[in-house]
Write a protein that binds this ligand. Structure first.
Ligand SMILES: Cc1cc2nc3c(=O)[nH]c(=O)nc-3n(C[C@H](O)[C@H](O)[C@H](O)COP(=O)(O)OP(=O)(O)OC[C@H]3O[C@@H](n4cnc5c(N)ncnc54)[C@H](O)[C@@H]3O)c2cc1C
Length: 361
């Protein structure tokens, strides 16, 4: 275990000026630990990953007051706010920025919003999950607030003490934050699973505060422009949250052959993953990439076909509960992390599996 200390100024200025940008006077933060969680939403619901950040925030301290910040425009953000207010018992307040400036999740206005909310709320911590949403916004907001963020946290050992992987997950680094407030973190959602009992279990809804739109200055208009959003329409589970992931590597040789992996995933009700080599070869889109520069997953079952097990790939899946690997090279590094390994040709093994597995009902 390597240890690194981030040096900086003493933790000061926990509490911020009193003038409030919120239309409800209920918004005031006067606790030692108070956390602002950046919430991601879609179709009027909070994404499961954002609730992992709430789980992580709770580990900062039992009496941590957790506020979730949502931004968007119109009914969908308001619906998401209603969902956030009642979906997790640890959320004590929901703050909503409803403006056409936030119709799309563009990082620059979001970062300025976080700065604005922090200046008025004086949170001790600001958190997001390590997905593309959090990784896009949090460093920009940290630059505006002049603090150094700590990314990819996998363990909270105290309000200022965190563990994060380094060298593609081959070593763990314990970091003590000694900079000024706020302490800004991105956390890996796979390391902070949301217990089923805490989600959707709240009887009394948390208060919802609307940010006064007149506080959004013209400087929220930024140089980046939202153009469009493309994603695969698929009935398969989301790669980041799936219980089972079936991954194919370069050995599949073509996009046509990769369809075997997709068929197997369909039969198992699994998400499809791919190595960077398979993505770079154009077999599948890069949103399916698992690994250091792709998605981090930790499903109950991870099946890897024709995957060598490079450290950059292992960095994204080594926390899976059960790992099954099929590779024709008995010395492939993937077998070092696999619970079950089969030395064989995937072009024989997958058709046999497809034949023997029952159809998904
Ligand atoms: C900065 C950086 C970041 C990276 N990030 C990522 C990342 O996020 N994710 C990622 O995956 N990689 C990443 N990589 C790339 C990584 O180093 C590997 O190159 C990549 O993971 C290899 O993919 P692969 O296992 O599909 O291919 P290969 O390494 O070529 O392995 C193919 C495997 O298939 C086996 N095989 C061949 N034919 C068959 C068959 N018929 N049946 C069964 N087995 C067969 C072979 O024995 C071999 O083990 C990154 C690299 C760098 C430098």
């Amino acid at each position: 275990m390597a240890a690194r200390l981030l040096r900086g100024k003493a933790l000061t200025n926990l509490f911020a000026p009193s003038s409030s940008p919120f239309s409800k006077s209920s918004f005031s933060v006067q606790r030692l630990i108070s956390t602002l969680v950046l919430g991601e939403h879609e179709g009027g619901s909070i994404k499961a990953q954002s609730l992992s950040a709430v789980v992580a925030a709770k580990l900062l301290g039992e009496d941590n007051s957790i506020s979730m910040l949502l931004a968007g425009s119109g009914p969908s953000v308001q619906e998401a706010a209603t969902h956030a207010a009642s979906c997790h018992s640890s959320i004590s307040q929901v703050i909503v920025a409803d403006s056409d400036k936030f119709t799309y999740p563009v990082a620059e206005p979001w970062a300025k919003l976080v700065q604005l909310i922090q200046q008025k709320g004086g949170y001790s911590h600001i958190m997001a999950t390590s997905g593309s949403f959090g990784k896009n916004i949090l460093p920009r907001a940290a630059a505006l607030l002049d603090v150094s963020p700590i990314t990819d946290v996998i363990e909270i050992s105290g309000p200022q003490l965190f563990v994060r992987p380094i060298y593609a997950g081959n070593a763990l680094c314990t970091v003590r934050y000694t900079g000024s407030a706020p302490c800004m973190l991105t956390v890996r959602s796979t390391s902070f699973p949301v217990p089923l009992t805490s989600a959707n279990s709240k009887s009394d809804a948390a208060p919802i505060s609307q940010v006064d739109p007149s506080t959004f200055g013209e400087d929220m208009v930024c140089k980046s422009k939202y153009l469009n959003h493309t994603s695969q329409d698929s009935e398969r589970p989301d790669l980041g949250n799936a219980r089972i992931v079936v991954t194919g590597g370069r050995a599949l040789k073509s996009a046509e052959n990769f369809k075997m992996i997709e068929k197997l995933a369909e039969k198992l009700g699994a998400a499809v993953g791919a190595t960077r080599a398979a993505v770079d070869a154009g077999f599948v889109p890069n949103e399916l990439q698992v690994g250091q520069t792709g998605k981090i997953v930790a499903p109950e079952l991870y099946m890897a076909f024709g995957v060598s097990g490079a450290i950059q790939h292992l960095a994204g899946m080594r926390d899976s509960k059960v790992i099954v690997a099929v590779n024709k090279d008995a010395d492939a590094p993937i077998f070092q992390v696999a619970d079950y390994g089969l030395v064989g040709d995937l072009f024989e093994v997958i058709p046999e599996l497809l034949e023997k597995l029952p159809e998904k009902k």
